[in-house]
Design a protein around this ligand. Structure first.
Ligand code: TNX
Length: 556
């Protein structure tokens, strides 16, 4: 099941087709081979349907007419997940029930294994020709899925009022620029139901994003069931009130607020995402942002004091202590977490950890002495390294926010750079992998339009759509050999001031679309005005899915 409803009826493609015809007749037939080679790196007028823009698109003459009588032939290369996804999306989005055929014949949609087995696991080719559609990719990757997404985008732009599709013929040869194409969601400050998490994943998939960073624990709520420690959710998932309005007002309500995902629900999300070739990276925050866990199990802090799950936003002094019993606890928690998430990464947070309690704690001070650590920054580094060792021993890689650089980076850690790009630059120079997620422009909880007084209350900042589109994840400061450590980038949706799913959509879309092109498309194929034109062409799809996207780009 897909979590979008509504049928598509997209018209308005006539003009584009006319332009294409003219182009073909007048200029493109002349010296076509040479020109197509030269022009393939630039955006062509017929490149109006895709977001993100593919690596190479080449117009060929003719139209393929797709209708309910078109068959599809999987050639036994499509996985069951891809088969089900294609069937669902054709059905839900286009009201089509195409029949699967057992042998290839002209006029069908055909899937074939790429001849080039060294092809990127996410690469695909899509050929739309008058005699049929062919998608080819490696059997063991996500290429078929991305080919299907591109086909769906073509279909959405080529629907006739009668319900059939006149697809302009073209060849697309495509592969992403970056490996980590991420979106994050904080479900702690505000909680979002399972159906919305799936819908969010559907949105990521539409834009060929492949990583969902699920921020599951924080001061204001622990949102993942841990069987060994039931109080984490019985107590830690609920707060007795929430901050209302602007931080400066310091207003609170007294309503019990919370929620959590059971392990079955988590598995459901992980499988749902996997079918869309999206890996879920769970974040379990430590040593800071741990108030909810400490409220459930007070022994986890230095003071042992009973505290409440936080109602306010911010950074708090109650953090995990560095005594052995805390590591035992965290290892048991992580043991359950890693069994739920088959992806290679576990995010351990690591950000914003005040050291005040550690300075006065006899366990922490003993740890400093025993381990010959210089100060509390090195103690944080000890903490993170110890957790990394555990995760590595379980075959997992650790990723953390850029504070994990302070006091010495854990040997194999991947760094998520959020306080600008400097943490990422420093980590890449140390030959560590990096995901770029600088506050500017990757924080989608920041304002996207001015005057901000007309926008829903946000945390602050200003990251308009254009700034996201212009973002370059590879900093100039890195040498060619260092650049390869930049795995990609990610948009973050922190939810202190984002109260419900509709509001998440408003903040995430279309900035997520711009980010998808940053991450997928080579810089020379990017073009701001062309992107805006494509975005405008695609809103019908978002409208019919009833996505509450921000509409300011329509004014540009
Ligand atoms: C900083 S980014 C945080 C979050 C907040 C966010 C608000 C990071 C590692 N920590 O705890 O929600 O700013 O924009």
């Amino acid at each position: 099941m897909l979590y979008f409803s509504g049928k598509l009826s997209i018209s308005g493609n006539k003009k584009t087709q006319n332009i294409m015809r003219k182009k073909k007749g007048i200029r493109f037939q002349f010296c076509f081979v040479f020109l197509s080679f030269v022009l393939s790196a630039q955006i062509q007028p017929y490149d109006t349907v895709f977001i993100p823009q593919p690596a190479v698109t080449e117009k060929i003459s003719g139209v393929f007419n797709l209708s309910n009588s078109t068959g599809w032939f999987t050639g036994n290369v499509l996985s069951q997940g891809d088969v089900d996804y294609l069937r669902d999306i054709l059905n839900i989005q286009f009201n089509l029930n195409l029949s699967q055929v057992n042998t290839y014949k002209p006029g069908t949609i055909r899937f074939s294994e790429a001849a080039d087995t060294s092809m990127d696991r996410e690469a695909y080719e899509l050929n739309i020709a008058p005699e049929g559609i062919e998608i080819s990719a490696r059997k063991d990757g996500a290429g078929f899925f991305y080919g299907i997404q591109s086909l769906v985008q073509c279909m959405a732009a080529s629907r006739n009022p009668s319900g059939s599709f006149a697809l302009p013929c073209m060849k697309v040869k495509d592969a992403p620029r970056f490996k980590w194409r991420g979106m994050h969601l904080d479900v702690c400050r505000h909680f979002f139901p399972l159906d919305f998490i799936k819908r969010y994943i559907d949105l990521l998939a539409m834009y060929k994003l492949n990583t969902f960073h699920w921020h599951l624990t924080d001061d204001q709520g622990w949102r993942i069931e841990i069987k060994k420690f039931p109080m984490l959710t019985r107590v830690g998932a609920w707060r007795k009130g929430s901050m209302l309005g602007a931080y400066a007002d310091q207003n609170f309500d007294t309503l019990r607020y919370g929620g959590f995902y059971t392990q079955d629900e988590i598995r459901e999300v992980v499988n749902y995402a996997a079918q869309r070739h999206i890996v879920v990276v769970p974040e379990i925050e430590m040593p800071g942002h741990a108030v909810a866990a400490i409220a459930a199990y007070p022994f986890l802090s230095c003071t042992g004091r009973q505290i409440q799950v936080e109602k306010a936003w911010g950074v708090f002094n109650d953090v995990f202590c560095t005594k052995d019993s805390v590591f035992d606890f965290l290892e048991q928690v992580l043991q359950e977490v890693l069994a739920l998430f088959p992806g290679e990464y576990i995010h351990i947070g690591g950000d914003e950890c005040p050291k005040l309690n550690w300075k006065e704690c006899r366990h922490c001070q003993k740890r400093l002495r025993d381990e010959h650590l210089k100060d509390e920054h090195e103690l944080q580094s000890y903490f993170v390294k110890r957790i990394e060792k555990f995760l590595n021993s379980k075959g997992k890689k650790m990723i953390g926010w850029d504070e994990i650089l302070e006091g010495g980076l854990a040997p194999k850690a991947t760094v998520m750079s959020w306080r600008g790009t400097s943490g990422g630059i420093a980590a890449a120079k140390l030959k560590h992998q990096v995901v770029m997620s600088p506050g500017k422009p990757c924080y989608f909880d920041h304002y996207q339009y001015q005057p901000v007084a007309n926008e829903p209350l946000a945390i602050g900042g200003y990251n308009p759509l254009d700034s996201v589109y212009a973002f370059e994840p590879v900093p100039k400061e890195l040498s060619v050999s260092e650049q390869k450590y930049i795995l990609g980038a990610q948009g973050n949706v922190w939810t202190e001031y984002i109260l419900n799913p509709k509001h998440v959509e408003y903040m995430a879309v279309p900035r997520m679309c711009a980010l998808s092109e940053v991450l997928w498309t080579m810089p020379e194929r990017k073009n701001r005005s062309n992107f805006l034109m494509r975005l405008k062409r695609r809103i019908k799809m978002l409208d019919l899915m009833q996505v509450n996207y921000s509409k300011h780009f329509l004014e540009q």
